[in-house]
Design a protein around this ligand. Structure first.
Ligand code: PEP
Length: 251
C-alpha cells in the first residue's frame, strides 16, 4: 500500500550541536503522536551516525542527501551505499536539483547512484522537476518524463517498488514560491500515469510521490490533500522543529 512520507532535507546546515538538538526534539515530540506518515530526516553525511542512533530509538527513518555512484574503492571524498547501509541508513536522496546544478550530476550518473542504493537494499528518494524557463516554455511535462526515463525507468518492477519519487519544481525550491495545489496534482498525476504505462497500475498506485518546493506549515495541508500528493520533501521548514512537526501533522 502507498505510504505517506514527510522527509526533511537539512542540506548543508547546522553545527553538530544544533543538529543533535533538532533531531532529539523531533524524535521526542513525535514519540507521543499518532502519525499518518513515515518521517525521514536527511542530515549532512557527517551527522549520519549520530542521527542513526536517534533513528534506532525512535520512529524516525534516516536518509543521506547523496550517495556515490561507485562501489567502494579509490574514490576520494565519496560515501558508498554499503557504508550507509552498514550504518542503518535506509534511504538516500538522489538527483536533488542542487546536485544537478552545482555538481553537474547527469542523468546517467544518477541512474548509477540509484543502482548502487538498490544493490544494498536502500531506497532512493529520486528528485525530478523543471526549471522556471522550462515551465514557461510549456516543456515541464517533457522534462519530467525525460528525467524519469533516464534516471529510473531502467529498473525492473521489483526494483522500482523501492523507489520514492519527489517532484520538486526548481522554481519553487527555497524561493517562497510554492506550486499551487492544482499544479502539484497535475504533475503528480502525470508522473503516476507514466509509472502506470511503464510498470502497471498496481505498482503506480503503490508508489509514493512527494512534493518539494517551499512547502511549509501553512501550505502543507492543501498540497497533501491532493490524491496524488503523498507527502513532502521539505528543505527550509525542516530546520525548525515546530514547523516540521506541523507539516508532519498536515495529513
Ligand atoms: C528542497 O531543497 O528539497 C526543498 C524542497 O527546499 P525548500 O523546502 O526550502 O524549498
Amino acid at each position: 500500500m502507498r505510504k505517506n512520507i514527510v522527509a526533511g532535507n537539512w542540506k548543508m546546515n547546522n553545527t553538530f550541536q544544533e543538529a543533535e538538538e533538532l533531531i532529539s526534539v523531533i524524535a521526542d515530540e513525535l514519540d507521543e503522536k499518532d502519525l499518518q506518515c513515515e518521517v525521514i530526516v536527511c542530515p549532512p553525511s557527517i551527522y549520519l551516525e549520530m542521527a542513526s542512533d536517534y533513528g534506532e530509538e525512535s520512529i524516525l527513518s534516516i536518509a543521506a542527501q547523496n550517495v556515490s555512484g561507485y562501489d567502494n574503492g579509490a574514490y576520494t571524498g565519496e560515501v558508498s551505499a554499503s557504508m550507509l547501509e552498514a550504518m542503518g541508513i535506509s534511504y538516500s536522496i538522489v538527483g536533488h536539483s542542487e546536485r544537478r546544478k552545482y555538481f553537474n550530476e547527469t542523468d546517467a550518473q544518477l541512474a548509477e547512484k540509484v543502482d548502487r542504493l538498490l544493490d544494498y537494499n536502500m531506497k532512493p528518494i529520486f528528485c525530478i522537476g523543471e526549471l522556471l524557463e522550462e515551465r514557461e516554455a510549456g516543456n515541464h511535462f517533457n522534462i519530467v518524463e525525460s528525467q524519469l526515463e533516464k534516471g529510473l525507468f531502467h529498473l525492473n518492477k521489483d526494483e522500482f517498488l523501492n523507489v520514492v519519487v519527489a517532484y520538486e519544481p526548481v522554481w519553487a525550491i527555497g524561493t517562497g514560491v510554492v506550486a499551487t495545489p492544482e499544479q502539484a496534482q497535475e504533475m503528480h498525476s502525470f508522473i503516476r500515469g507514466l509509472i502506470t504505462k511503464k510498470y502497471g497500475v498496481d505498482i503506480a498506485e503503490d508508489t509514493t510521490i512527494l512534493y518539494g518546493g517551499s512547502c511549509n506549515a501553512s501550505n502543507a495541508s492543501t498540497l497533501f490533500a491532493n490524491k496524488d500528493v503523498d507527502g513532502g520533501l521539505i528543505g527550509g521548514a525542516s530546520l525548525n522543529a515546530d514547523d516540521f512537526i506541523k507539516i508532519i501533522e498536515s495529513f
